[in-house]
Every structure is written in structure tokens, then in C-alpha cells.
Design a protein around this ligand. Structure first.
Ligand code: TYD
Length: 154
């Protein structure tokens, strides 16, 4: 069964500061509201970049601007939108599955770090916006008419 979706939200990341630098940490299931199964980061991003433009069927993410700044625009299947400017490693943006996200307005040289709840699986992406709006998770009341619903529920 698909758990109820959580709204995108900023999460404060604990820091251990001292005169030799600031150490940040995230523990899966605690600071990140999921167990972390994958980590990826994106560097060498030009200012005109537009990344993301997809949603996930299951994967949840915590997105952090390790360096620089960028904006994450999120949208749910009812097309409710919100946007977050990430400009500090002190906070991460939690984005649940079934939220369309676009990453825009990069400061050149920014580095984005993403903690993810599942291993990479292209089949689990929704890269077409209409398909995202129409997608219903297996087991949901409206899933019967969905051609993408052939996978096992979680
Ligand atoms: P994508 O998730 O579309 O990147 P972004 O959301 O930052 O624009 O992934 C870009 C490419 O990298 C795509 O071909 C899939 C591949 N990829 C992996 O192989 N493993 C991964 O963990 C991720 C996130 C992407």
C-alpha cells in the first residue's frame, strides 16, 4: 500500500561547528524521514541549467545545496505548487514520491547533494508530466484504469 504522501518541507540539518570547520550529518530514518539507500551529487552545473522535470513512483529524496544555491519547484498531482530556494548546507528539502520537481535558477558552480530512499531504477521515474498527473499507485482506488500500475505494491 502506498503510504500517505508528505508535503515538501525544509529539514534542519544538525551541525557540529568548530574553528576547523562545520560538520553536518544526516542519519537515515531520523533527520531524513526515510532510510537512505543511495546518494548522488551534481556538480559543474551551468547557470541556465534546468534539472529534474520528473517525479518518482516510490523514491523519496532529501535535496541539499552543498554549495551555491538553486530553486526547487515542486508540484503535486492536484497541481498545487510550491518553491524553495536552497542556499545553505544547513537545510535540506524533503520531497516525497509523486511530486513533480524542477530545479532551476542555479548559481553557477553550485553543488547539489541528494539522499534517496531507493536504488536507481529508471522504471520508477515519471518523466512525462501528463503521465505523472494520471499515474495512480498500485492499490489506490483509481489504479484500475492506469496502464502503469502493473508493478508490485510496496
Ligand atoms: P536524472 O535523475 O534525470 O537527473 P536530474 O534530476 O538531476 O536532472 O538523471 C540523469 C541521468 O543520470 C539519467 O540518465 C539517469 C542517470 N542516473 C543514474 O544512472 N543513477 C542515479 O542514481 C541517478 C540519480 C541518475
Amino acid at each position: 500500500m502506498h503510504a500517505e504522501l508528505q508535503q515538501p518541507r525544509l529539514i534542519d540539518i544538525p551541525v557540529v561547528p568548530n574553528e576547523m570547520g562545520d560538520l553536518f550529518f544526516v542519519e537515515g530514518g531520523e533527520i531524513a524521514p526515510f532510510e537512505v539507500r543511495r546518494v548522488y551529487w551534481v556538480c559543474g552545473i551551468p547557470a541556465h541549467a534546468k534539472r529534474g522535470r520528473h517525479a518518482h513512483k516510490k523514491n523519496q529524496e532529501l535535496i541539499i545545496a552543498l554549495h551555491g544555491a538553486f530553486t526547487v519547484e515542486v508540484q503535486d498531482q492536484q497541481q498545487n505548487r510550491s518553491r524553495f530556494r536552497l542556499d545553505s548546507p544547513r537545510q535540506g528539502l524533503f520531497v516525497d514520491s509523486l511530486y513533480w520537481r524542477e530545479l532551476v535558477d542555479y548559481d553557477e558552480g553550485s553543488i547539489g547533494l541528494v539522499l534517496a530512499s531507493s536504488h536507481y531504477d529508471e522504471e520508477e521515474y515519471l518523466r512525462d508530466f501528463s503521465a505523472f498527473l494520471n499515474y495512480r499507485p498500485p492499490g489506490s482506488p483509481e489504479a484500475h484504469s492506469n496502464s502503469n500500475s502493473g508493478e508490485a505494491g510496496s
